[in-house]
Design a protein around this ligand. Sequence first.
Ligand SMILES: [Zn+2]
Length: 287
Amino acid sequence: MALGRKSIPKYVKEKLRSEVGFGCPIKGCGNPYLEYHHFDPPVHIKPHNDPKGMIALCAQHHKKADGGAYTIEQLHALKKDKTHAALVKGNLDWLRKDLLAVVGGNFYYNTLKVITIDGIDLVFFERDEKGYLRLNVNMLSLEPEDRLIIKNSSWENIGSPLDLRSPPQGKELEVRYDNGDSLYLRFIDLVSLAQAIERYETDIFRDIPFPITAVEVNMTVAGTNIELTPSHSRIGGFKTSGSLISNCGSGFLIKNTGVLWRQNPVFKLKKLVLGINKSKPVNINVQ
Ligand SMILES: [Zn+2]
């Protein structure tokens, strides 16, 4: 970053991501790990954060743009190109054999199925052949629209989000839709119990081994009373926070809500649930 230049405002980044359909607009790319390139004018001529003269590009194509590979006219045309939205997908990496899942303000350790509602697994893990825990997330929605799917730590099927934020370091993923549905996740290395206590203001996880990597997952299903926020989980009449569920087959299991879930074409969900191990679910007591 050039000396003296202000950091790029959030709304500018959001606008630039949206312009290119949340994927790098260079032909055949679609990489969602986006950076922000100043080209009209270039920052060495005049520092600015004017979205009209900026474009979202992946790291590789950002370097090429810095090297002069694309003309100003080409970059202005690429700013209007959303055709790569269909290619947008990513991998979470962060493969670990041990994870602390922090979902909606509760802690899950050695618990593969975190939350299941009406037979749909919202958040769960599968171990791959190398023993790594792979994250799976299905968003619920009252809208008959595509919602992001994370299958074995790879994500795709973003639909038409209001915003999708996938910073190049790969620690975070955030997607928001215009009806209010949202998903946010981030990975964080907890080097010590003390660090975890400071972050979460509890020591309920004191008996699990540290250091450990945490994956935090929060989700809102608009128009329902299902919300998984950093401070609590609210599902139907339950509100819980700060609980530890460890060494269980299943965390939350909610059945027969009577809600007609409409996210994603049904065939996609069927394909997803067929791949899941049928471990016996256990209801937990919630306070
Ligand atoms: Zn690219």
